[in-house]
Design a binder for this molecule. Structure first.
Ligand code: HEC
Ligand code: HEC
Length: 253
């Protein structure tokens, strides 16, 4: 997978400059990424978790609706009353401890709220919040935030972001891990691979706070946040890889 020359990237030019200073090994490692890795991960996606464990983790089972289909006007009222203090009135939180929700996939937001409620995803703060929310409240607020526009952060370290760009588009290691872009998409409008229906539920990562991304990758890797898919992927990333891919994504529109 060729990663250089992505014209749509705001930080592209600056990062291509910075890339020249990167160690050579990273480049040749990247070229080792083969389609075998992609095939393996697609295969893995089809045999993923039996319904029971999927429910425990907050995954949809076969009966679950594919879309939350909420009322965004109602959702806006809930967002302003309950969520804005942490996530921002338009979903662009200023404090990196709180993830941005603006432009996030509606299904993903709804699914995470359900997961906080069922305890599949653990967060004391969010567990308290969702206690007071009905299914309709969750669908409505998911609909509202998904329609807002994410504001990316400024890239603080262009060299680090360039390394992260390679990881996002090409993966790491010798082709055993697929590229993040396959499931997460390049930005809000180009979401993952259409052939993998289930991956439509993968969160958008463009513009997300770098510190939040690193924190979640650490939790996937330690198993504190359960995910059959992300557990192995996050574990394959070094601490530097996690910081780099987070730095890149935080500035991506
Ligand atoms: C007191 C602060 C606070 C409030 C209020 C709050 N949240 Fe959160 N929210 C958090 C924190 C902290 C996390 C990160 C949880 C974690 O992974 O540990 C989070 C995570 C989330 C996530 C997961 C995002 C992702 O990218 O995975 C969603 C969705 C979410 N909140 C929605 C909401 C909604 C909707 C409301 C209002 C109904 C709300 N939150 C109110 C603090 C808050
Ligand atoms: C095979 C598909 C797939 C690939 C490849 C993949 N992801 Fe994910 N990722 C997912 C899914 C699905 C979730 C949602 C997990 C859940 O339900 O909690 C996720 C969740 C995440 C989250 C949590 C976001 C949030 O808002 O809380 C981060 C961060 C993340 N992935 C980063 C990455 C990075 C970095 C890579 C590449 C190194 C990557 N992912 C590769 C499917 C994938």
């Amino acid at each position: 997978m060729k990663v250089q020359g992505h014209s749509g990237l705001r930080v592209g030019a600056r990062m291509n400059e910075a890339r020249k200073g990167l160690p050579k090994e990273r480049g040749s490692q990247m070229r080792g990424v083969t389609s075998l890795g992609l095939v393996l991960i697609i295969a893995a996606a089809f045999v993923i978790a039996q319904p029971q464990s999927r429910a425990e983790m907050g995954w949809w089972d076969d009966q679950s609706p594919r879309s939350a289909a909420g009322d965004s006007k109602q959702g806006k009222a809930t967002a302003q009353a309950v969520c804005a203090g942490c996530h921002g009135a338009d979903g662009n939180s200023s404090d990196p401890r709180y993830p941005k929700l603006a432009g996030q996939s509606e299904t993903y937001i709804y699914r995470q709220l359900q997961s906080f409620k069922m305890g599949g995803r653990k967060s004391d703060i969010m567990a308290d919040i969702v206690k007071a929310l009905s299914d309709a409240d969750m669908a409505n607020v998911a609909s509202f935030y998904s329609q807002e526009r994410v504001q990316p952060d400024a890239i603080a370290d262009a060299g680090l972001a360039a390394l992260g760009q390679d990881i996002f588009f090409a993966g790491v290691g010798s082709g055993m891990m697929s590229a993040c872009v396959m499931c997460h998409g390049r930005h809000g409008v180009e979401q993952g691979m259409p052939m993998m229906g289930m991956m439509g539920d993968a969160p958008r990562l463009n513009g997300q706070h770098a510190a939040y991304i690193v924190d979640q990758l650490n939790r996937f890797s330690s198993g504190e946040r359960q995910s059959d898919i992300m557990g192995d992927i996050a574990s394959a990333l070094t601490e530097m890889d996690r910081k780099a891919v987070a730095e890149f994504l935080s500035g991506l529109r």
